[in-house]
Design a protein around this ligand. Structure first.
Ligand code: DC
Length: 217
């Protein structure tokens, strides 16, 4: 069984995907973390040169990404929190718009799905990575609520920012993700759309669970 979860930043995709994976004994693949690893590698190796596509693609080819439980390893170095800094977040959309980078990531994601029952979250899972997934969800939420959720997460980690700034960051990332030519964020026709605005994680989970249980019968 393959479950695809797409949607904009802060819609609750990863929290829900982890919950589903645990409940149904499936493997969770955080595809956003893969693009984040590439941006992180670029920053480490050539610095803030996100206009240099040739070097970025070469770095992406040589970057080995591995997941172990909740941890992410990039070239054997544990980078779980380092890939979530505002700097990496901002530059991830610069690498994610490059076709050759996407081709590399998509190939790895499909390979992974070959021998695992997977729950994958991202932007292009239902459209490009797993177009034949049994279940496709599109999670969305009002941008202000998504910004409030992100602020709470950041405050808990001690790197709080003003709400307005977070909201602007989210809006500009959404625009980049929706408007790029390769693997843009799209709501595919066969996706089940869930607006998570004003809903708790448990409520969203229960709604999705109903669909999953139905599909498993
Ligand atoms: O889901 P996230 O916030 O960790 O994603 C980080 C960035 O990577 C975001 O700008 C969108 C991009 N991304 C993508 O282009 N395709 C995916 N399948 C997953 C994430």
């Amino acid at each position: 069984m393959q479950i695809a979860i797409d949607g904009p930043a802060g819609a609750g995709k990863s929290t829900i995907a982890k919950k589903i994976a645990a409940a149904y004994n499936m493997t969770y693949l955080d595809t956003g973390a893969m693009y984040r690893c590439i941006a992180h590698s670029v920053l480490n190796q050539i610095g803030d040169h996100f206009d240099n596509e040739t070097d970025i693609v070469n770095i992406a080819r040589k970057t080995e990404i591995r997941f172990e439980g909740n941890q992410v390893f990039c070239n054997n170095k544990e980078v779980t929190s380092e890939i979530r800094t505002p700097l990496v977040s901002r530059h991830t959309s610069d690498v994610a718009r490059i076709k050759a980078v996407r081709d590399l990531m998509v190939a790895q994601q499909r390979e992974y799905a070959k021998d695992h029952a997977v729950v994958m979250d991202g932007r292009d899972i239902g459209s490009v990575v797993l177009p034949t997934a049994e279940l496709k969800f599109f999670l969305d939420a009002d941008v202000l609520e998504r910004a409030i959720r992100r602020k709470k997460e950041m405050d808990e980690k001690g790197n709080g920012k003003a709400l307005e700034e977070i909201k602007n960051d989210i809006e500009s990332r959404d625009a980049n993700d929706k408007n790029r030519s390769e693997g843009p964020l799209v709501q595919v026709e066969d996706a089940i759309v869930i607006d998570t605005t004003g809903k708790s994680i448990e409520e969203v989970y229960q709604e999705m669970k109903t669909h999953i249980d139905e599909a498993r019968q």
